[in-house]
Structure formats: structure tokens, C-alpha cells
Design a protein around this ligand. Structure first.
Ligand SMILES: Nc1ncnc2c1ncn2[C@@H]1O[C@H](COP(=O)(O)OP(=O)(O)OP(=O)(O)O)[C@@H](O)[C@H]1O
Ligand SMILES: Nc1ccn([C@@H]2O[C@H](COP(=O)(O)O)[C@@H](O)[C@H]2O)c(=O)n1
Length: 210
């Protein structure tokens, strides 16, 4: 079983790279951020508080009931909610087994798995065969997310809001005590600030293929 771990900050291109690698190698892909987003969104919909352990743990226990294709999962406000529930160790513990099981037994009988998130190389799959920590400066990430949401027609105010949201999320994700966002010691660092999607994919392939 081959496991590829892709970690990095919000909107760095983890999901884009992970999907391309999974398609290339015919491996299964797990967007682990979607699990935390599902927990955050469930708490909000139930009228709970995302910083309340009991509310978040109750939602984490029912994560399998959430439709992971719900477009509401992709909003930045859900991202912020996800980042708050993700700081609660009991929530991380509940989601840990699901992620490890996916890596050990990829669905569809695939020969490998690509997981993207914040702690795949450090906590979920420390023995992963390949680890990539993908970064880009925060202004570049905000511009990419802005383009993704608004296309070329977005207002400058919207860019500033996204930039502030990403900064806040980075700060929370890097400084929490439970599984903070950081590169594993044996991860390859890949700065994509000045690289397009194809160049990042080719670089990742060369790192993986040695
Ligand atoms: N190297 C790149 N150059 C330009 N745009 C990119 C690049 N990589 C990704 N993108 C675009 O940036 C946006 C964010 O990418 P993506 O969703 O893959 O990031 P992510 O790290 O998975 O985000 P999140 O942490 O929020 O789940 C998408 O619109 C994607 O198409
Ligand atoms: N392995 C992970 C994955 C995600 N998180 C938290 O979820 C938030 C949303 O993740 P996205 O990748 O969809 O942006 C993120 O800000 C993290 O707080 C995590 O802790 N661990």
C-alpha cells in the first residue's frame, strides 16, 4: 500500500495537487479538511458553538451522515468553523481512525491513497511513503481563492475579506496545541507562489518518483 501525504495551509493547492496525483497513480483520495468542515457546518446548523467541546464532539460522532458534496461545505465561513472545531483534541481523536483506515484500506481496492490536510505527515500517517508540504504566500493564496469564488468580477473588498480570513485560519491552525499545521521533518517543501498547477504537479511527480 502506498500512501502520499499532502499538507499545507488553506488554499495552498493541496486538494488540486492531491486529486491530480490520485488520478495519475489511480489511487484513492481523501480530502481530510472536508471532514472538519462537515463537523463545523453541522455544529452551526444545530445552533451550537464551534468552540464548545460537547457540541463539536456530538457533531463529529455523526460526520458520516453529512453529504460531503454539499456546496455549503466549501465557503470560507465553513472553513473558519472547521478550523475552530479542529482545535478540539476530542474532535481530532474521533476523526483519526476514519482517516487511518482510509489510508490502510483505500476504497475501491486501490493500491494506494493520497490524503491531504494539515497533519497527515505528522500525525495521521507518519509512515507515509511520500510527504509533501505545499505552501504559497498568503496574498497569492487569497488571490487564487478570490478568483475561484468570484472569477475576474470580484470587488477589491472581497479580496481583503478573504485575505483576512486566510490569515486568521493560518494563525489558528499553526498555533493550536493539538496537531498544529507544520511540515513533517521528512516532508519535501514545495512553494507554489510562482508556479502554475501543471508545474506544481510535475515537481511533485519528480519528488515522488525520485
Ligand atoms: N499552483 C497554482 N496556481 C494557480 N492556482 C492554483 C494553484 N494551485 C491551486 N490553485 C487554485 O487555487 C484554489 C485553491 O486550491 P485548492 O482548493 O486546491 O487549495 P486547498 O489547499 O485544497 O484549499 P483548502 O485548504 O481551502 O481546502 C483553486 O481555485 C485552485 O484551482
Ligand atoms: N487534516 C486536517 C484537515 C483540516 N483541518 C482543519 O480543517 C480546516 C478546513 O480544512 P481545508 O483543508 O478544507 O481548508 C482547516 O483550516 C483546519 O483547521 C485540520 O485541522 N486537519
Amino acid at each position: 500500500m502506498t500512501v502520499i501525504a499532502i499538507d499545507g495551509p488553506a488554499a495552498s493547492g493541496k486538494g488540486t495537487l492531491a486529486r491530480k496525483l490520485a488520478a495519475h497513480f489511480d489511487y484513492a483520495h481523501l480530502d481530510t479538511g472536508a471532514l472538519y468542515r462537515a463537523v463545523g457546518l453541522s455544529v452551526l446548523r444545530a445552533g451550537g458553538r464551534t468552540d464548545n467541546e460537547a457540541d463539536a464532539v456530538a457533531a463529529a460522532g455523526k460526520v458520516a451522515e453529512v453529504d460531503l458534496t454539499d456546496p455549503e461545505l466549501r465557503t470560507e465561513s465553513t472553513g473558519a468553523a472547521a478550523s475552530k472545531v479542529a482545535a478540539i483534541p476530542a474532535v481530532r481523536q474521533i476523526l483519526l481512525d476514519y482517516q487511518r483506515d482510509f489510508a490502510a484500506h483505500p476504497p475501491g481496492g486501490k493500491a494506494g491513497a493520497v490524503l491531504d490536510g494539515r497533519d497527515i505527515g505528522t500525525v495521521i500517517c507518519p509512515e507515509a511513503d511520500h510527504k509533501i508540504f505545499i505552501t504559497a504566500d498568503v496574498e497569492t493564496r487569497a488571490k487564487r481563492r478570490f478568483l475561484e469564488i468570484f472569477g475576474e468580477d470580484g470587488a477589491p473588498d472581497e479580496y481583503e475579506i478573504i485575505l483576512a480570513e486566510l490569515r486568521e485560519r493560518d494563525e489558528r491552525d499553526m498555533n493550536r496545541s493539538a496537531a498544529p499545521l507544520k511540515p513533517a521533518e521528512d516532508a519535501h517543501l514545495l512553494d507554489t507562489t510562482n508556479s502554475d498547477i501543471e508545474a506544481v504537479f510535475q515537481k511533485a511527480l519528480s519528488l515522488i518518483n525520485g
